[in-house]
Design a binder for this molecule. Structure first.
Ligand code: PLP
Length: 388
């Protein structure tokens, strides 16, 4: 294999760059997962993760990718034939909806244009119409990683309350947790789904369910088949810092360190950093004369930006040029958006100069690909970065 000096720029919207101290923490020797040293680790991560979700209630940690935690949220709370309300906000919302259908749920899938988040007014409308309360859960992807659109979860909660509807609220925060302000308890979310490989700055391999009391009660009568994902034995073992199976010990070492880093920076500062980087990225995009995919400024994502490429250009070719010339990976357009957008991830362990380098690489790549852009776009981003 050939070698090129310097570091690869990993600017996909997850997996993200893993801090050196997290990598070092994970390289420690694996220990007995039934011994006292493990119990200390287990307790540290199970307690330490709660503030990141904004919860005081239990969080289940699975040795699985985010898709597993999606399934866990559904099978623990619902029964065959239950109706769920889902919204076509993008590729991941579509996949979650397909999973729900595959598991034997009846899905009301509200169509969308992949440029907007969940419309709280539509949530209210649908729930008010459901006078028999046959809808058992509302599923929302907080941050659509395929589009760079962040749904307004607090407003969705308010819509459910305004309709006085008892449906559970299940929220996917896979690309927002630890990057975008999120409040499981305050917003009355019943199950929050998350993954390790984005804002938590870890490699892929862990995923999470934060669980409200209402969701836990629902789990006692939910009849969808489950075994590995079943919360009950996990929560029972977690009380002593253990897991009912062999846990991903080394990822948990990494999680302990990542939680220390988030705490040291302070969650509010972490969120503000992401807001700033997203603003600087949008300043570059509009400065170039290009369009951000997200069509509602209340819903701009702070963890990634999806950029529409002008007619006649292929976003994948632009990404290929940037990878080849500047050793930078950008996110592809997914599903319906294949070839039409590329995505810049600016989440996780990331700073101003990394963003400046990223945007410089994008600007050069667009120019090399023959896209007509205004090269002052980069300066607009730098102005934004130096202003705070
Ligand atoms: N939901 C969202 C919003 C995602 O971004 C992803 C992955 O990127 C998933 C779900 C699926 O998670 P995983 O690929 O870890 O299974």
């Amino acid at each position: 294999m050939s070698y090129a000096g310097g570091r690869h720029f990993l600017q996909i919207p997850g997996p993200t760059n893993v801090p050196d101290s997290v990598l070092r923490a994970m390289s420690a020797q694996t220990i007995d997962h039934r011994g006292p040293e493990f119990a200390e680790l287990g307790r540290a991560v199970l307690d330490g993760i709660k503030p990141v979700f904004g919860t005081q209630r239990p969080v289940v940690i699975y040795p699985a990718s985010g898709t597993g935690a999606w399934e866990a949220a559904l099978v623990n709370t619902l029964s065959p034939g239950d109706r769920v309300l889902c919204f076509e906000t993008g590729h991941f919302a579509t996949l979650w909806q397909e999973m729900a259908t595959g598991l034997g749920l009846e899905v009301d899938f509200v169509p969308g244009d992949w440029r907007h988040g969940v419309n709280p007014e539509v949530v209210a409308e649908r729930l008010v119409q459901d006078t028999g309360h046959t809808i058992k859960a509302v599923c929302v992807v907080h941050n659509e990683t395929s589009t760079g659109v962040t749904s307004r979860v607090a407003e969705v909660r308010a819509a459910i309350d305004a309709a006085a509807h008892p449906a559970l609220l299940l929220v996917d925060t896979i690309s927002s947790l630890g990057s975008i302000d999120y409040r499981h308890d305050e917003w009355g979310v019943d199950v929050t789904v998350a993954g390790s490989q984005k804002g938590l700055m870890l490699p892929p391999g862990l995923s999470f369910n934060a669980i409200s009391e209402k969701a836990l009660n629902a789990s006692r009568s939910a009849r969808l088949p489950k075994s590995f994902w079943n919360w009950q034995p996990i929560l029972a073992a977690n009380e002593r810092g253990f897991f009912p199976y062999t846990p991903a010990t080394n990822l948990l070492y990494g999680l302990r360190e990542a939680l220390r880093l988030l705490d040291a920076e302070g969650l509010d500062a972490v969120f503000a950093r992401h807001v700033r980087h997203a603003e600087a990225t949008r300043a570059a995009v509009t400065g170039w004369g290009l369009e951000v995919l997200c069509a509602d400024e209340r819903e701009h994502s702070s963890s990634l930006t999806a950029i529409m490429v002008p007619e006649g250009h292929d976003a994948d070719k632009i990404r290929a040029i940037i990878l080849d010339r500047f050793d930078m990976s950008l996110g592809a357009g997914l599903g319906k958006l294949a070839g039409r957008v590329f995505r810049i991830g600016h989440l996780g362990s990331f700073n101003d100069l990394m963003l400046a380098g990223t945007l410089a690489g994008v600007q050069m790549g667009l120019t090399l690909a023959g896209v007509r852009i205004d090269p002052t776009g980069l300066n607009s981003a730098l102005d934004r970065l130096q202003s705070l």
